[in-house]
Design a protein around this ligand. Structure first.
Ligand code: ES4
Ligand code: ZN
Length: 326
């Protein structure tokens, strides 16, 4: 497919990726052996076979279990380095990566363990590939506000490595207002802000993320199509949506790729971007997400270009660096 080749070859930015969601089954298997952890799977193929989800929660259960094999600094280095090598292969020249500190600190793994591992891999990618890499500290919304504050303060020695805070995990029943105070504190510390909203949750959660959390971007946001006033607001204020097509199909947020509303959102004038979310769980990295929409939707070359340019526009890169890619 000519358009797939076209998208593969262009320099791209990625804005919605969970590093724990880039843990490939083969690496999970190897780390389980290394640490003498018994996985509830018989083989690497059995892990891959288990990746069939009915909703967000059924995925999150496996995703947190998978992350349990990440124990020492070298594990986190290898996880990050593997993802950054994939970026290099796929012409991702800038990436803004979410990580879930509470998933690790809750298991007794100190901030320094994962941050030092990430730091080495990121320095190497900057050096060897000339990539730019930002980190987004993401709070788990199924945990308490106090736990989010703890994560924010434990990160203090690493603030210069962190560009933004985010909000992820189980959306329904954990609305943005639960995290209003911790986002206000993050803002006063100088962090940018993003939040998952309108993936499974209603448009009111997107309004909440905007009005109470003062976010720069909405992660997913596909349910904004249910609220015309919201669409109008997102368009007027150029608030980006980081859409993840393969994720939405895998988690049954949409019935099929053919039914995905990404082009409808784009043609309504929204700043829509394409992203991988949890590539090793959902069937592909950024290029596979482009391939999926190109092969299943009636998309033009101009629209593919627009989505790629939007990735840079919606990024936290300084304007001068954005200009280089737009
Ligand atoms: C996630 Cl797809 C998705 N939604 C919410 N939280 C997440 N954490 C990792 N992937
Ligand atoms: Zn996500």
């Amino acid at each position: 497919n000519r358009l797939v080749e076209f998208a593969n070859k262009l320099p791209k930015a990625e804005l919605h990726i969970h590093i724990e969601g880039s843990l490939e089954p083969a690496l999970m298997w190897r780390l389980a052996q290394k640490h003498n952890i018994t996985l509830p799977f018989e083989s690497v193929e059995a892990i891959e076979h288990a990746y069939q989800f009915e909703d967000l929660q059924s995925f999150l259960d496996l995703y947190y279990q998978g992350a349990d094999v990440l124990r020492d600094e070298d594990d986190f280095y290898t996880l990050m380095w593997s993802y950054l090598c994939k970026c290099h292969e796929q012409k991702v020249v800038h990436t803004e990566i979410m990580f879930d500190p509470q998933t690790h600190t809750a298991r007794g793994i100190d901030f320094s363990i994962f941050m030092e591992g990430f730091k080495k891999a990121i320095a190497q990618a900057k050096q060897e590939f000339g990539m730019s890499v930002y980190l987004i500290l993401s709070f788990l919304r199924h945990l308490s506000e106090q736990s989010a504050f703890d994560a924010l303060y434990q990160a203090k020695p690493y603030y210069e490595m962190i560009k933004a805070v985010g909000l992820d995990s189980s959306e329904l029943g954990n609305p943005p207002e639960k995290f209003e105070k911790v986002f206000a504190e993050a803002k006063s510390l100088g962090f940018k802000r993003v939040a998952h909203a309108g993936e499974e949750g209603p448009p009111s959660y997107i309004w909440g993320a905007i009005e109470l959390l003062d976010v720069h971007r909405i992660d997913h946001g596909v349910r904004s199509s249910e609220d015309l006033a919201l669409i109008e607001y997102l368009r007027k204020h150029e608030i980006p949506l980081t859409v993840c097509p393969l994720s939405n199909v895998k988690l049954c947020v949409v019935g099929s790729m053919q039914e995905h509303n990404i082009l409808s959102l784009l043609s309504q004038g929204l700043l829509v971007t394409v992203n991988a979310d949890d590539p090793s769980y959902f069937g592909g990295y950024l290029n596979e997400n482009y391939a999926a929409i190109i092969e299943n939707l009636d998309i033009s070359e101009r629209q593919v270009k627009q989505l790629i340019v939007n990735g840079f526009r919606a990024s936290f890169l300084p304007d001068a660096a954005k200009q280089q890619w737009i």
